[in-house]
Design a protein around this ligand. Structure first.
Ligand code: 4NP
Length: 159
């Protein structure tokens, strides 16, 4: 999950998707990063932590970090919050850039519409709740997609 500062949208997106994955019994590793390095080492924004906590999710342990080329190699799927993040990820990835891995998160909910998750950084608490709802709905779509994928993989035999 990638946004600009890695303190408002993407740590919340990480917490929500990781939470939904564990509820669904999906063993996926979720992480987040920012395209900018303004908040490296910082915890998520107090309002992101608050709306997460109100929904039973604890994101306080996350520390802000900057997206790097190695993330493009390491992760199977990279969701960005807006088209500026998309372009910044492409730039930071250099020759590791793989467009088949990268998608605007809201395209999972509204395919092909290229909608952005708005940056709540400059606004009030209600903006964080609105972002939470968008991330929650989009993450449910992601879970459905990968739950279906997992079901098509034959399960291991246990002797
Ligand atoms: P985020 O929000 O990209 O959702 O983490 C922002 C956080 C910090 C800044 C901008 C956006 N900033 O300019 O410091």
């Amino acid at each position: 999950m990638v946004c600009l500062g890695n303190i408002c949208r993407s740590p919340l997106a990480e917490g929500i998707l990781q939470h939904q994955a564990s509820v669904a019994g999906l063993g996926i590793q979720v992480d987040s990063a920012g395209t900018a390095g303004y908040h490296i080492g910082e915890p998520p924004h107090p309002l992101s932590r608050k709306v997460a906590r109100m929904n039973g999710i604890d994101i306080s342990a996350h520390k802000g970090r900057q997206f790097r080329k190695e993330d493009m190699d390491h992760y199977d799927r990279i969701y960005v919050m807006d088209s500026e993040n998309y372009n910044d990820v492409r730039r930071a990835s250099g020759n590791s850039w793989d467009p088949s891995k990268v998608e605007l998160l809201l395209n999972e909910l509204y395919p092909g519409q290229n909608r952005s998750v708005p940056d709540p950084w400059y606004g009030e608490e209600d903006g964080y709740h609105a972002v939470y709802d968008m991330l929650d709905q989009a993450s449910r779509k992601v879970i459905e997609k990968y739950a279906n994928y997992v079901q098509t993989v034959p399960s291991k035999r246990h002797p």
